[in-house]
Design a protein around this ligand. Sequence first.
Ligand SMILES: C[S@@+](CC[C@H](N)C(=O)[O-])C[C@H]1O[C@@H](n2cnc3c(N)ncnc32)[C@H](O)[C@@H]1O
Length: 335
Amino acid sequence: MTAVTPLIHQSASTTAEFTIRDVIEGQTAGHLIVAADDWGWWTALLSGESIVPTTGIQQTVADGLIRAGFLARRGHRYQLTHTGHDVGKNRGFVRVAVRGWEPTFRQVSDSAHREHISAATDPGAVALGCSDIARRKPEFFAGIGHAIATGTPGCTIDLGCADAGRVTALAGLAPRERFLGVDIEAGVIADATTELAAKGLSDRITLLAGSVQPEAEPPAWLDRVDRDAVTTAMSFFLLHQLASDGGGITPVLRGWMDWFPNLRRLVIGDGYLVEATSWTQQPWFSPTYEIYHSLTGVRLWTRQQYESAFADLGWSIARRMEDHTMLVTTILERE
Ligand SMILES: C[S@@+](CC[C@H](N)C(=O)[O-])C[C@H]1O[C@@H](n2cnc3c(N)ncnc32)[C@H](O)[C@@H]1O
């Protein structure tokens, strides 16, 4: 039986001080933000268009977004407020947390006896949310695309490519490069393959389903790849997880270097651990991010841990791009 402790009024320095209203309205706002995104509202609003709800459901969502302070009404049209602009730009994080991670948080109720629970995600929601997060910084793509397009064309692989959002964007920036994407979610890969065919990109981008975790035996998908042709390896928001299961950052990177002997460039984007004494002191988005990882036992790694692994394996930092103190993309090169 769990001991019941009396209610304690804690000081503001140690608690987040959420009210019951914040808890319930925050959850509802998250659902409304995702629904509005599925209808294309944020894309339209961020490009300067206003929206006009045409059904009862649309009207209710628009009114909810007004109450949350994200939209303002001008006649029968709705426009973004300053906060709404911020929410729209960051809607990928909302989708990942509200829809993508919901299956993990749902398991907590039945898991009081465990140290950790396995991450259970909605893979489509994670893929779409992550692609939206990537789109926040088109200048990062420009930087990566420029690096890939400069010099001899080769083949770029995206390890943990999700819905191929990043390789598709980069294919437009580096027209002579060929691209490969690999992800463990076969359903996400199947849907993305269909989309690529519809866009006429199948000859330049190949997607494969399988694990990119280096193990004692190479994965089956590697047999279908011209390993010598791969000159750039990218991975976004996955290395921390592979490193947790695979003995650290260095062994995972070394595994990829063994798979692709002619690798001359690495592009690693990941969420870094920011040192703080309590989760509420972590920068924006990180509190929930930290709780999700603590529940699943997946470790987060500091910038120093990433950079010493890069240096140990002979990689030099050509460019570091920080979207946020904890979201860092590094372009690495070696002779
Ligand atoms: C947080 S998402 C990042 C998606 C994408 N890289 C991005 O940043 O837009 C992590 C992705 O890695 C995939 N993944 C997880 N474990 C994997 C593994 N062992 N091998 C390949 N992909 C994996 C998931 O299916 C998911 O698509």
